[in-house]
Design a protein around this ligand. Structure first.
Ligand code: SAH
Length: 381
């Protein structure tokens, strides 16, 4: 049979290499997708439950859908989950998965158990376009944004590994968007993925247990405040602009005063008075003096916050060193004395390079970072 005897839609099915990935849809978007196909919206909820609650990637197992609908869906859709290529376990119980994506890049996802709490640290981009000087992800350059399916797929694969029986007690209680990448520079996909984290038909996590961490993309913080109620963490790392400009170059675009004002606007949108988590990595001799601590204590009087001190995790070829325990303790004490809720983060999983800032994955860099910097404004509008 010659190809020109085929009807156009058959040609389309034959030549389209990729089926629609149902992992790429938030609940609302899947409802719209079904609506457009003349299907009932509740079908979307059923499918979301199968994929995210029951951890299935097989349409044939979705037995409450009619056989006709399943067969129809199988022609053009699939549930494509990212592939785990390596799993590492730290002596402290931390687990790290290396996840290979369709295009040969890899990302890393980390699970940190602590008592009853189980926190999953998720990546939002392949590499990072920002150039924070103390972060090993920055060294990898930037490749691209992760899709919704690749972001939520990290939760999917971790849940499958940690909780093989989906009906058993929840193992992942918290998600932090603190892996590779700047989540607010992949705004739309991150929002859709977080919607699934919060949705009772999907992962059903409490909104206080889903935290987005940002280096301070001010317009996107405002957008987030208007869109979704999750916890916010800011990678502050310096008590003044001169120092922050060096450590977090994005500060040149959105200086501290603008950032803190955005934090207050974010909190105003919330029904309950909450706090912003302020992350501060302690770099020996760079930002860890008593004077830095006093400046920080004063600065953060402006925003209801809790301070998370992170001892620096070294990586090859870095020029920074971790502050000594004495300096960490002194910094911590000054903040506490000034009335701040302060926590020094325990270093976890560093024997498998799973600690903060050590995630690197495998990034085929095509960063042209300068270009991405100039695009930041456009992507956040
Ligand atoms: N781009 C986002 C998400 C990454 S979060 C953000 O900047 O918030 C990762 C957290 O780990 C951030 O607070 C980051 O500043 C911190 N971090 C990065 N490199 C680190 C390192 N080498 N040691 C300790 N913490 C680091």
């Amino acid at each position: 049979m010659s190809s020109n005897t085929l009807k156009p839609q058959h040609v389309l099915t034959e030549i389209s290499a990729e089926k629609t990935n149902l992992m790429d849809f938030s609940t609302e978007k899947l409802k719209a997708f079904f609506h457009d196909r003349g299907e009932k919206a509740f079908r979307a909820t059923q499918i979301i439950k199968w994929i995210h609650q029951y951890n299935t990637d097989n349409l044939a197992e979705m037995t409450n859908l009619s056989k006709t609908l399943r067969q129809e869906l199988e022609k053009s859709c699939e549930v494509r989950v990212p592939e785990v290529t390596l799993e590492q376990r730290s002596s402290d119980g931390t687990r790290k998965w290396l996840i290979r994506l369709d295009d040969g890049n890899s990302i890393e996802t980390v699970f940190i158990p602590e008592g009853k709490r189980g926190t999953l640290c998720i990546s939002s981009q392949i590499g990072c376009a920002l150039d924070c000087t103390f972060c090993s992800t920055a060294r990898q350059g930037f490749n691209r944004n992760l899709t919704v399916g690749e972001i939520i797929g990290q939760l999917w694969v971790a849940k499958k590994a940690l909780q093989p029986d989906p009906k058993s007690e929840r193992v992942i209680s918290n998600v932090v968007m603190m892996g590779m990448g700047e989540p607010l520079l992949n705004y739309n996909n991150v929002i859709d993925a977080m919607q699934l984290m919060l949705d009772d038909n999907a992962y059903g996590l409490s909104k206080r247990r889903v935290t987005l961490s940002t280096s301070g993309v001010v317009p996107a913080i405002d957008r987030l405040a208007a869109t979704m109620d999750v916890a916010l963490a800011i990678s502050l790392h310096a008590p003044n602009d001169a120092l922050r400009n060096q450590l977090v170059p994005l500060n040149r675009k959105y200086p501290i005063a603008e950032l803190l004002a955005a934090c207050n606007r974010f909190l105003e949108k919330k029904a309950s008075r909450e706090r912003i988590t302020m992350e501060y990595v302690l770099l020996d001799g760079i930002n860890d003096s008593a004077e830095d601590a006093r400046q920080l204590a004063k600065l953060l009087k402006q925003v209801p916050s809790k301070i998370n001190l992170i001892p620096f995790n070294p990586f090859p070829e870095t020029r920074y060193k971790r502050s000594s325990q004495t300096r960490i303790n002194r910094f911590h004490a000054i903040l506490v004395d000034a009335g701040h809720i302060t926590l020094t983060r325990k270093t976890r999983g560093d024997d498998i390079d799973a600690a903060c800032g050590q995630l690197a994955g495998k990034v085929n860099d095509r960063s042209r970072r300068e270009l991405h910097f100039s695009r930041i404004e456009n992507t956040t509008k």
